[in-house]
Structures are given as C-alpha cells and as structure tokens.
Design a binder for this molecule. Structure first.
Ligand code: ATP
Length: 605
C-alpha cells in the first residue's frame, strides 16, 4: 500500500474508538496500534498533523473560526441563508430546539445538519487527498474559494468524517488525550524535540523508530522554541509558599503579544506564542534590533507592546497590528511598537537557557542597548525601571517576603496593569514548561452585569483641547444611614471620563458648573464625601453638595481586590459612562451595601 490508499476513514475509526475509551492508557494503546498496524512504514507526519492540528506549522492558518466556517459550510451546501439548517449553523451557539446538548459545539451541530444531506456512506477520501485539500483551504483568503473546497470535501466524505474534518480545521479534536500522551506514545523523545524546534514534521521524520532513543537537542537560532508559560495562583501567600526559600523576582505581566526575537546578523524573525512567524513587526522593529543588539546571533524572549509617546504609557491591549501596519505604511503617529525583553535564550553560538535567571538578566544587560519606548529590558536593577514615567511603580523588583509581593501586586493593579509574574532567580528557562515554575497572579474580574448608577461628586480638568475644562468625574456610592432619610454621605468609587460624546459631555459639565468648588489649598474634603488619603483621588473640583449633582450610569468589570485609591471596597476596570441619568434623583444612586451584594452574588459567594 502507498500513502495515497490510506483512507481518512481509518483515522476516523480510531478517533471514534478513542472517544469510547475510558482511560488515557487505552487511548494511547489505540494510537500505537494505528501507527504499527495501519500506518507502519509510512510518512507519519501526514497522519500525526491531523491528530495534533494545533501544532502543525507547515500549513498556514485557515482564517476560519466557527462563525466564518458556518457561513462557508452554508455556501458549500448551497443552503438558502434563511433556511432552518443555515440558521442552525450560523446560530451554533444557541443550537435551537432540536440541538439540545450539541449547542455550543459547532462540529456537532454541523454533523447534525450534514447527516440529513450526506448520509452514512463515505466517499473514500484518503489522508493524502485530505491534506491536499486542507493545504488549498489554508492558501486562499477568498471565502467563495473556501466554500468550493469545503464542498469537494463534503462530496468525498460522510457526515461523521466531515465532523472530524471540521474539528481538525478548528484545531481542537476533544479526544480526551493530552498532546503530551500522544507525543510520549509516538516516541519518548518527541515532546522534548518538539519543544526546542516547534517542528512536527521534523519530529515525525527524525523519530520514526520509537525504540531508538535520541540525544537531547538544544535550541537553535531560526527555529522557534516553545515558550515557557506561567501557572495561575490565587493569591500572594500561595505564590510565596510555592517559591519557598527561592530568590524571587516579581515582574509586571505586560499585556501584549508574546514574541520571541531570533537575530542572525541582519536576519530577524518574530515568532508568536504559537510559533508562527509575524513578519508584520519587521517594519517597525528590525532596524532597532539590528542597531541595538550588540551580538551577531541571539534569541530574546519578551512581549511586544505599543508605547504611546504622548501619554508616556503603554497602550491598552489590541493596538499592535494597527501600529505595525502604520509603520509599514510609513504613517506618522504618537504610538510605536515597543519590545520588552524579559529573557534571553541564546547568545553568540551558545544556548543560555541552562544558566540561572540572574545570569540571563546580566546577559540581557550586556547584549541589549535599551532605547526608551522602543526596545526595553526587564531586569530588577535598572532596564525599563529607569525609564518609568513619574508616579509609575517599578516594573520589576526582587521580593524578600510575601508583603513585598502583595505591595508589588497592588501597585501594579492600581496602575491598571494586568497582573504580575513571579520567577525564581536561580531557575533555568524551560521550553514548553507550564508546570508552575513561573507563577502568575491576576485579580479576578467579574462583569457588573447591569449598569451601575453612581453620583458625580467631583471633576478633573482635561488637558490639550479640554485644558481648564472638566473632562473626567470622580463618582461616589451612597452610604445608607437608615432607610427613612436621604443618604448623607457618599463614598468615592472611581474616576471615569470616557463613553460620552463631546456634546453630551459639554451639556453635562454646563449643568454642573455652577456647583463646582475648586479644590484649592488648604485641600479640604466637603463633609458629604468620604475619600482615602491617596492623592490620586483628589479631584480638581468638588460638587458643592450632593443634592446639586447628577447620576450617571457606568459600565465596567469589577476587580475583586480591595481598591487602595478609592474608599469603596472593590475596584473597577476600564469604567465607561453609558448614559447621563437626568431623570434619576441624586438620592437614588447605588449604595455601598447593594454594590457589595452585587459583587458577591456575581462572584458565586
Ligand atoms: P493570560 O491569558 O493570563 O494572558 P496566557 O495564557 O497568555 O495568559 P500564561 O502562560 O498564563 O499565558 O502567562 C504568561 C504570558 O504572560 C506570556 O505568554 C507572556 O505573553 C505574558 N507576559 C507578560 N509579561 C510577562 C513577564 N514579565 N514574564 C513572563 N510572561 C509575561
């Protein structure tokens, strides 16, 4: 038999049997049988890439998430857009009356629809044909062409086979067996080799004989290394216990794109967390890298972010692609890509992952010449810490006790960063590890669900166009004394500015202006309001008394760590004004107790 004759149906039989197997050991055995009896002597990669589709780098991405895949399948089947089957596919999350347990699983919903059209008879698709068609699917960006390819797949398969193909396209087979087990069954050295090369084809070719052990391979410039990941812990005490007796560094968890930079002379590669190449970063970054990395060859590990030169802050997550595109088109902007190297894996001709983090930090300092807001290094004693804007806490520091960790975490969160990462300064860098050698600590966020109606108690002046005009508000929650009278005190809650149009903001400020009282020296807080001693919270103007003020609705995620800046017990993340409630009297705004109950009920307490 040649490869062309192995039917995809045989792989599907293995998948189906694995679903029935109750233990991982049985599933592994089944995979071994497949390799030895069905696929023996063949090019393993052609089948393994279908079993571990998430690790296959030979094919580009399909650009098909469930929603686009749904419309392509609708077109492939020639369904009318408003037909019940088309609607079921497009609304796969809801499923509809007949879908029951399948709702939310696109491949299962699609299989139901296909069953009635395709039936049980397989069209005899081979593994080779499937790989060819999947290559074509990945190589076109045109939806119409994608639908045509899906349509030829549908012709050559039955509904069951098509279900598995859709799962392969979505890169999640839900077989109940880990990638680790598949690797270990394939060859005892497969996982290690994959972790340092991210090359499934190479693994399948090099490790054909599972009885033959291989020498451990180290990392190389030009081949992405599987990134070391962090394990989430609930609080600082747990994190500290896990790192008991270690020399610990705490770092800000930057919210950008994890990128590995491979430099070989003037050749620069940017590899993502999923080991895909990101050439779009080259325009904005390659020159900076070539000019400021002082060795010919190296691999850096870090985060790609956007630095806003006007605000002297990192931009919120999500603008990397836009800024990379602007750099490519040569557009002027206040924003630029900025790479923060938090580790170094290779220098000159040597892998340095086996050295301690402290040693790697000092290599980073020798190898990289930082450029403010462009190319930074994250080390506890210098690096980006030296470039921090006024008021910005350190981005990385050594922690000597749990209180240090707690303080760093609070400062980081108050600064609106995503969380922190804790690392053992004596540890090596471990490809693909996620067993808890790096720990991450993030606040819990819950969505408020409904809008929160809060009272404006102060205002902050804007800058630039809105200089000297109030552009943000300090809002408060009512403290209920008893239920028979109006609230007498308001607790500061958050600062909010965005969400209103210019006209809406101007109208609101105009209404409040007669009651603004400048917060001039000596700074006294009107007795209606309760605030903390934190100066970040002092507004430029107070509202002279709550009964003159206006209620606004805000929406936000709620951060379930105690806020240190504001007097209320929980913090908010990215609050936005949704509406001005001119219709709601000042005394009907949300009170502290109801807010706490709302947080606790959404939290499942
Ligand atoms: P999350 O979804 O919480 O952002 P994740 O699933 O992307 O996390 P994790 O392994 O949980 O990945 O967290 C590590 C990620 O955090 C890294 O992949 C990297 O992108 C990011 N990160 C930001 N700052 C750091 C840092 N200082 N050290 C290590 N990783 C960092």
């Amino acid at each position: 038999m040649t490869d062309t004759t192995v039917k995809f149906g045989l792989l599907v039989s293995m998948f189906q049997a694995m679903l029935r197997d109750r233990t991982a050991a049985k599933k592994r055995k089944r995979f071994r049988t497949f390799l030895d009896r069905v696929y023996t002597g063949r090019e393993y990669f052609s089948a393994v890439r279908l079993i571990l589709p998430g690790l296959d780098r030979e094919r580009g991405t399909y650009g098909l998430k469930e929603s686009t895949l749904a419309t392509c399948v609708v077109d492939a089947l020639g369904l009318a857009k408003d037909s019940p089957d088309a609607l079921r596919l497009v609304n796969w999350r809801k499923g509809g009356a007949r879908s029951g347990a399948n709702a939310g699983n696109f491949a299962l919903i699609a299989a139901e629809v296909l069953q009635r059209r395709q039936g049980m008879v397989s069209g005899g698709l081979t593994i080779r044909e499937l790989n060819n068609l999947l290559d074509q699917l990945a190589s076109t960006e045109n939806r119409g062409e994608k639908a045509v390819i899906l349509s030829s797949l549908i012709k050559k398969t039955n509904a069951l086979e098509m279900k598995w193909i859709l799962m392969i396209i979505l890169k999640d087979l839900k077989l109940g067996i880990s990638e680790k087990s598949i690797f270990h069954e394939f060859h005892p050295d497969a996982e290690d080799l994959f972790n340092v090369t991210c090359d499934l084809k190479l693994v399948c070719e090099k490790l054909k004989d599972h009885t033959q052990r291989q020498k451990k391979q180290d990392i190389e410039v030009g081949k992405p290394v599987r990134p070391q990941l962090a394990m989430r812990v609930g609080d600082a005490t747990t994190a500290w216990k896990k790192l008991h007796g270690k020399h610990v560094v705490v770092e800000c968890k930057f919210d950008g794109d994890r990128i590995q930079i491979h430099k070989n002379g003037e050749e620069i590669h940017f590899f993502s967390r999923n080991f895909l190449e990101h050439p779009e970063y080259a325009h904005g970054m390659s020159n900076v890298i070539v000019q400021n990395i002082l060795v010919q060859r190296c691999i850096l590990d870090g985060e790609m972010l956007v630095w806003d030169m006007a605000t002297q802050h990192f931009a919120e997550f999500g603008s990397n692609q836009e800024i990379a595109k602007a750099a490519k088109e040569g557009l002027e902007s206040n924003r630029q890509l900025c790479y923060i190297a938090f580790d170094i894996l290779y220098v000159g001709d040597t892998s340095v992952i086996h050295q301690s983090l402290t040693e790697r930090h000092s290599l980073l300092q020798k190898v990289v010449k930082p450029v403010k807001g462009r190319l930074e290094i994250l080390v506890p004693d210098g690096g980006i810490n030296d470039h921090r804007p006024p008021g910005q806490p350190f981005w990385s520091t050594v922690a000597y006790n749990v209180e240090d960790v707690e303080r760093f975490f609070k400062d980081t969160i108050e600064n609106r960063d995503e969380g922190i990462v804790l690392k053992d300064l004596g540890s090596k860098w471990e490809p693909g590890d996620r067993s808890g050698k790096w720990l991450k600590l993030k606040p819990d966020y819950i969505h408020a669900g409904s809008d929160l109606d809060v009272l404006i108690i102060g205002g902050y002046f804007g800058s630039g166009r809105r200089g000297g005009e109030v552009s943000q508000f300090l809002v408060g929650l009512a403290e209920l004394s008893d239920h028979t009278s109006y609230p007498k005190r308001f607790i500061s809650f958050c600062r909010v500015g965005s969400g209103l149009s210019n006209d809406e903001l101007n109208a609101l400020v105009a209404k409040l202006k007669p009651y603004f009282r400048k917060n001039e020296y000596p700074k006294r807080v009107p007795h209606f309001y309760e605030v903390t001693n934190n100066s970040k919270e002092r507004p430029d103007v107070w509202i002279e008394s709550p009964d003159k003020s206006i209620v606004i609705s805000i929406t936000s995620d709620i951060r379930t760590v105690k806020s240190e800046v504001f007097a209320a017990p929980y913090g908010l993340r990215f609050p936005r004004i949704t509406r001005v409630r001119y219709d709601k009297p000042w005394y009907e705004c949300l009170d502290v107790q109801s807010f706490i109950e709302l947080v606790q009920s959404s939290n499942g307490n």
